[in-house]
Structure formats: structure tokens, C-alpha cells
Design a protein around this ligand. Structure first.
Ligand SMILES: [Zn+2]
Length: 277
């Protein structure tokens, strides 16, 4: 499943192809995604692309007429191609550009989503967040307004386990299972610890660690950027070396203690019982 770093790398790759270009319609081969693909996409009236923005795992194509909001779901990918490239079975949507070329959406499992939010008369900052799915999202991990102090204050008196709290999307977006486990290891925090028991120093370490692991994953993904500008291969998970994720039973890289695996909610967590307190 694409996580925040994969979506950010998609944004960086496609922004170069899309920003400043004019959309002139779409081919919708299969409208049955998570929600029906909006028919407005196929409208051939010229529509200037102003920016490609990411919010959590949503990509927002801000145009002169609307915001086209895309969620990649479990298996969605976007690539910039020549229109002459023959579509395959799972290529459900093409966005056509005036200068030739198209952005093609492939999604074998069809859990992805395309939304259309009309540009309002009175513009606000990030006006597309009028869509409730975006409005409900927690803070972005790299937003400077998100601080350890925010987390500290929001968790006084709460008993939730820190790993589950980090992953539930309200404290921050983008901490999927891999990134939550890795950042707790780097911060030296036991994933079972209750959020109310953590002081400002632990929250500062955790936020810094989360930003570092996401940043490293985005940097690692930069090397796969060519997948978005031609038709070679499909984007998979980025290949990172993990400290704890996927390493249950193996020795901790810091202290050589055997890494433990537990279940938290529906998810597995791997951690070091010595380094993480
Ligand atoms: Zn250790």
C-alpha cells in the first residue's frame, strides 16, 4: 500500500510534468473505484494546472476550475506517458494534456479514489479541504506548527499506547506501521508505553525520529522517479533498510538483544525490549 513517502515521491515526479500544463479532458475506462470517478474529468474545456499538492496520502491537482483529488488506495499508481502507450487492463483513468501526453492511473484492486471539488467564488487557503475527508485529517508531520509541545499537551491524562496513538492519524498523518515502529525505535520509546506517561523530552525525540524516517524514505524514493515519466516497471515499496520492522527474532542493531514481536490492535509491532523504554 502506498504510504506518505510514496505519495510524496509521486507528487514530486508528476509536479514537473503537470504544473503549468493544460488539461483537456480524460478517458475514464472504469469509473468503479472506491467512489464513482467524477464525470467532470472528461469535460474538454481547457483547465490550467496551477499546482500539485499533497495532504496526508491525498494528491490534489489544483486547477483553474477545480481541485482534482486523488487517493491511491491499496494499489494505485500514476504515471506520465505518451497517449500512444496502449492501456492495460487495470489502467482506469487517463488525464489528457494539451501539449500531448497523459497521466495514467492504474489500480488493480480499485480501492483508490478520484474526487472533484469545484473552485469556490470566495477563495480560502487550501479551499479543497471543504471536502470532509480532507478536513478531518490530523497535522502534517513536516508542518512547523506541529511541535512536541502540541503532543505533550494533547495527551495529558490519556492511557492509549503510544504506537496505536501515533498510527491513528489524529496526532499526525503519515505514521503507517513501518514508520511508527521505526521512529519509536530511533526515539528509544517502548511502543506499549501510555501517551500520558510521556514527557516533553520523549515527544521531542519521537517527532524528530518520525521526521527523519519519513525524510529518508522520501529520499530513497527519489531514485525511482523515472517510473513516473515513462512506462518502465511499476512502483513498489521503497527498499529501505529497517532497524526493527520485519526483523522479529533478529538481534537489535544497537545492543544485540533479540527483537520482540507483539500485537497491538490488528497490527504487529517489533521492538527492542532493552533500547526502548
Ligand atoms: Zn537494543
Amino acid at each position: 500500500m502506498p504510504e506518505l513517502p510514496e505519495v510524496e515521491v509521486t507528487r514530486r515526479g508528476l509536479a514537473r510534468c503537470l504544473e503549468g500544463q493544460v488539461l483537456v479532458g480524460a478517458t475514464i475506462r472504469n469509473a468503479q473505484l472506491r467512489y464513482p470517478v467524477p464525470e467532470q474529468l472528461a469535460d474538454t474545456a481547457p483547465n490550467l494546472v496551477l499546482a500539485l499538492v499533497r495532504r496526508a496520502k491525498y494528491l490534489i491537482i489544483e486547477t483553474s476550475r477545480a481541485a482534482i483529488i486523488i487517493h491511491l488506495g491499496m494499489s494505485g499508481t500514476l504515471r506520465y506517458l505518451s497517449v500512444a502507450t496502449a492501456p492495460s487492463r487495470h489502467d482506469h483513468v487517463d488525464l489528457h494534456l494539451a501539449q500531448g501526453g497523459c497521466v495514467r492511473y492504474r489500480d488493480p484492486r480499485r480501492f483508490g479514489a478520484w474526487l472533484w471539488v469545484e473552485r469556490p467564488d470566495a477563495e480560502a487557503v487550501n479551499w479543497w479541504e471543504s471536502d470532509e475527508r480532507l478536513r478531518q485529517l490530523g497535522p502534517e508531520p513536516f508542518d512547523p506548527a506541529l511541535t512536541a509541545e502540541c503532543w505533550y499537551r494533547a495527551t495529558r491524562g490519556k492511557k492509549q499506547e503510544v504506537k496505536r496513538w501515533l498510527m491513528d492519524g489524529r496526532a499526525v498523518v503519515g505514521a503507517g506501521n513501518i514508520y511508527a515502529a521505526e521512529s519509536l525505535f530511533l526515539a528509544g520509546i517502548d511502543p506499549r508505553r501510555s501517551v500520558g506517561s510521556m514527557g516533553r523530552v520523549r515527544y521531542a525525540r519521537l517527532l524528530e525520529a518520525l521526521r527523519r524516517v519519513l525524510d529518508q524514505a522520501i529520499e530513497a524514493g527519489g531514485s525511482t522517479l523515472r517510473d513516473f515519466v515513462d512506462d518502465r516497471g511499476e512502483m513498489g515499496y521503497f527498499q529501505h533498510s529497517h532497524h526493527v520492522y520485519g526483523r522479529a527474532g533478529k538481534p537489535c542493531l544497537l545492543c544485540a538483544t533479540e527483537l520482540r514481536q507483539i500485537r497491538q490492535g490488528q497490527r504487529t509491532t517489533v521492538f527492542c525490549p532493552v533500547c526502548q523504554r
